[in-house]
Design a protein around this ligand. Structure first.
Ligand SMILES: [Zn+2]
Length: 67
């Protein structure tokens, strides 16, 4: 996935997106639904166990998420 941003993507940053980050936080909305939160950019993810964040492209690791 390509990102249009002004920041310079160094090889280290590019690599950090491909190395999965643990999803550990979730957000509970007023209706009681629980949404996982992207560990990189902090948005709520629409689907659990998606491989990448829709917004920032961070690879996600779900091992620590949920019960
Ligand atoms: Zn993200």
């Amino acid at each position: 996935m390509r990102h249009k941003t002004e920041e310079i993507i160094t090889p280290e940053i590019a690599l950090s997106y491909r190395l999965s980050m643990m999803v550990t936080e979730s957000f509970v909305c007023a209706e009681g639904y629980e949404y996982p939160v992207c560990p990189r950019c902090g948005i709520t993810l629409e689907r659990e166990y998606q491989a990448y964040c829709d917004r920032c492209g961070q690879a996600l690791d779900w091992k620590k998420y949920g019960r």
